[in-house]
Design a protein around this ligand. Structure first.
Ligand SMILES: C[S@@+](CC[C@H](N)C(=O)[O-])C[C@H]1O[C@@H](n2cnc3c(N)ncnc32)[C@H](O)[C@@H]1O
Length: 278
């Protein structure tokens, strides 16, 4: 189907109807309607604001990992496992949904995600934001040698019919070690926190708003084991990541990938044990 059809009102209405029974999407639709009525816009940084807050703290990936004590080489999972990623792409192509044109095909910094997970020998990983599942695939592959587990939280895009496409990059045979919670962060993160006694690596790539980040970061931080790693995608959207690093007394370390910044934060080995309160 052509991308233009996905943007028509009838298509969107059918998509909304396909998700209507799911209470997780109600706040999303309410927010969209509220913003339409009031004209309130989500606040995101301009490029100048992003560079002013994060530019001076940006490193290349190797330097950033070293700065947080991860002495790993850089691995690009697409280069290490080319056929796995190619088969993922073919599965997604077969869905015949124009993800690229709809702006839904993007992935986070997979070199960062994979190298960090391999570098710290992560066993339990939590990620928010799955979409097509590229980061999920990278994490599942990275945890093969530790026999680790991945828990993912994702609210499927509410203007696309159905949800079976979420995580399509991940083949069936790799799903045994994967728990996919199809929820919003607000419902999914508390559930994820009950599934483990703590996480070695947490990757945040879902709700990019100020409110979403302010709600999630402290909860995710508390669920991180001492020595664990919190990574957040697109921190340059607003000031919340910089403020959070300051609040936990950690240096601001970000990796620049083209125009996007990812933040990295390591919990000290001497930190208090995990608190799983949501
Ligand atoms: C950028 S994509 C994730 C990409 C993925 N991490 C990767 O690297 O392949 C963001 C995903 O987060 C989901 N999302 C957005 N807001 C969310 C929320 N409040 N709760 C849960 N998921 C959300 C979107 O529907 C989308 O599937």
């Amino acid at each position: 189907m052509h991308a233009r059809l996905y943007r028509t009102l009838p298509y969107k209405m059918i998509a909304v109807a396909s998700h209507a029974a799911d209470p997780d999407v109600w706040p999303y639709y309410a927010d969209r309607v509220g913003r339409r009525i009031t004209g309130r816009k989500l606040r995101f940084f301009s490029r100048e604001e992003t560079d002013a807050v994060y530019g001076a703290h940006a490193h290349d990936l190797l330097t950033a990992l070293r700065a947080i004590g991860v002495n790993s080489l850089i691995h690009d999972p697409r280069a290490v496992h080319p056929s796995l990623f190619e088969r993922g792409r073919q599965r997604i192509d077969r869905l015949a949904i124009p993800f690229h044109q709809l702006g839904l095909a993007g992935s986070s910094d997979l070199r960062l995600a994979y190298s960090a997970a391999v570098g710290i020998g992560a066993r339990d990983i939590l990620e928010t934001g799955v979409a097509l599942g590229w980061s999920s695939l990278a994490f599942l592959k990275a945890t093969e040698r530790t026999q680790g587990r991945l828990v993912s939280v994702d609210l499927p895009y509410p203007f696309l019919i159905g949800r079976s496409w979420v995580g399509a990059a991940v083949p069936d045979e790799m799903r045994e070690r994967w728990t996919l919670l199809r929820h919003s962060d607000r419902r999914g993160i508390p559930k994820a926190l009950h599934l483990s006694d703590g996480y070695d690596l947490i990757h945040y790539d879902s709700d990019k708003t100020q409110e979403g980040r302010s709600w999630a970061y402290p909860r995710l931080w508390r669920a991180l084991r001492p020595g664990g790693l919190l990574i957040s995608d697109d921190v340059g959207d607003n000031e919340i990541w910089a403020e959070f690093c300051q609040s936990v007394g950690a240096p601001l370390i970000v990796v620049r990938r083209q125009r996007a910044y990812s933040g990295l934060l390591r919990k000290p080995e001497t930190a208090a044990p995990v608190q799983l309160s949501a």
